[in-house]
Ligand binder design. Structure first.
Ligand code: URA
Length: 428
């Protein structure tokens, strides 16, 4: 129970001094903050105390519970088949949801994906889909459930009632240097995914220089924490650690990534995008207990049919031409040699600066902007050979993208050291 004199200050002080919060303290604080009774500066102070002191497993479970309870939880029982979603912690060129959702739907498992927009150097699934002429990312709950029943997959924006406490806390954390806390990240991601009503969840935890987590140990800890929160709340979860030192695939930018995803759905596309798509699809089908071969569904056109149905159901035209940026500028290799590394971070920042991403969540994005890579690690190149193309809508954005791209492609004389994409698997 909350003591009669317990206030926000008492809760902050308890955590500041390293004491575990009670379930009642947590429930009260999150609820009062969501209703506007606890001030932003008090919630900021508590986030900072959690950043330094952490949270035990029981506390984190109660914290996540309170975040879920700050809004509604979707009921997907009307879908009529198992529902399994995936979440990625975000990376450069990470377009995996686009081929993955229709692929898994084509294998008989529904994918209820409530997704987000990009911020900074990692892109957002909704921004990519909105590059398709006519595509609507705002669906009502009834429409979302009907589409899951009829098409098997829906990808749209989360409504205002989904874990509203997270929306408030995330905005605060963004401006108080408290984003990089494992309990706060895990509860933020899992509260939204659990509230979405999915039966199972595959977490793609990216690790490497272009990811949120640059360190493998911390990525594994985040993965374990999220998987445990899933099982605490009745959602079967598995995490896959995937490498993000190099961009995923050859396309970075909204329309460019849609085009590359369509290539994968047609049975082609870059090997690494296909590899991660199939690995995650296999995990999603296993969670649902469905014995199907996702590679066959990619190669025989069933995944493409499901993609076209998804795009049409959300108002898009799967046959429409995708937007193209006004300017395209080739970047050439300065020497003969072998591509030793392609660095995800400068590639992601270049695409962002060229107009594909946003610095503030209100900013618009350019659908055609981004980077196309023409070489891969280990490939031999000659001086003057085109290694990448930058796409932007005006000269200022193009020059900003080019400046950020400096050093993105290392050409050396020795062998390349490209690592496998799928690194490890974390289960409960
Ligand atoms: N993504 C989220 O949804 N929340 C975090 O805290 C970090 C990444």
């Amino acid at each position: 129970m909350l003591g009669r004199m317990d206030t926000a200050v008492d809760v902050i002080r308890a955590k500041r001094d390293g004491r575990a919060l009670s379930d009642d303290q947590i429930r009260w604080f999150i609820d009062a903050y969501t209703r506007g009774e606890v001030a932003h500066e008090q919630a900021s102070a508590l986030c900072m105390a959690i950043f330094f002191r952490g949270m035990g497993a029981r506390e984190l479970s109660a914290w996540t519970d309170a975040m879920i309870a700050s809004g509604g939880r979707l009921d997907l029982s009307g879908v009529g088949r198992p529902c399994v979603d995936k979440h990625s912690t975000g990376g450069v060129g990470d377009k995996i949801s686009l081929p993955l959702c229709p692929l898994v739907a084509a294998c008989g498992v529904a994918v209820p994906q409530l997704s987000g927009r990009g911020l900074g150097h990692t892109g957002g699934t909704l921004d990519k889909l909105e590059a398709i002429p006519g595509f609507r990312t705002a669906l009502g709950t009834a429409e979302f459930v009907a589409q899951l029943r009829d098409v098997g997959a829906a990808i749209c924006a989360a409504g205002d009632d989904l874990a509203p406490a997270d929306r408030l806390l995330y905005a605060l954390r963004d401006v108080t240097a408290t984003v990089e806390s494992i309990p706060l990240i895990a509860s933020s991601i899992m509260s939204k995914k659990i509230a979405e009503g999915t039966d199972g969840l595959v977490l793609d935890v990216k690790v490497g220089e272009g990811a949120f987590m640059t360190d493998r140990g911390r990525a594994e800890e985040l993965a374990r924490t999220m998987v445990r929160l899933g099982s605490d709340h009745g959602v079967r979860a598995v995490a896959v650690l995937t490498g993000m030192d190099a961009p995923l695939g050859c396309a970075v930018g909204n329309a460019l990534e849609v085009a590359e995803s369509v290539d994968v759905l047609a049975g082609g596309g870059p090997d690494d995008v296909r590899e991660v798509t199939l690995a995650l699809a296999g995990e999603m089908l296993a969670l649902a207990g469905v014995d199907a071969d996702p590679a066959r569904a990619l190669d025989d056109g069933r995944a493409m049919d499901a993609w076209r149905a998804l795009v049409r159901a959300q108002g898009g035209d799967p046959d429409a031409s995708l937007p193209v940026a006004r300017l395209a500028h080739d970047v050439a290799s300065e020497r003969d040699g072998v591509v030793a590394r392609i660095h995800a971070l400068p590639v992601g920042v270049a695409a962002w600066r060229a107009g594909a991403g946003r610095a503030r969540k209100e900013d618009p994005v350019s659908p055609g902007a981004g980077v196309t890579l023409h070489v891969s690690e280990g490939q031999r190149v000659t001086r003057g050979q085109r290694v990448a193309t930058l796409h932007a809508d005006n000269e200022t954005l193009l020059q900003a993208g080019l400046a950020a791209f400096t050093g993105a492609v290392d050409v050396g004389t020795g062998p390349a050291s490209s690592a496998p994409r799928v690194i490890a698997r974390v289960t409960s």
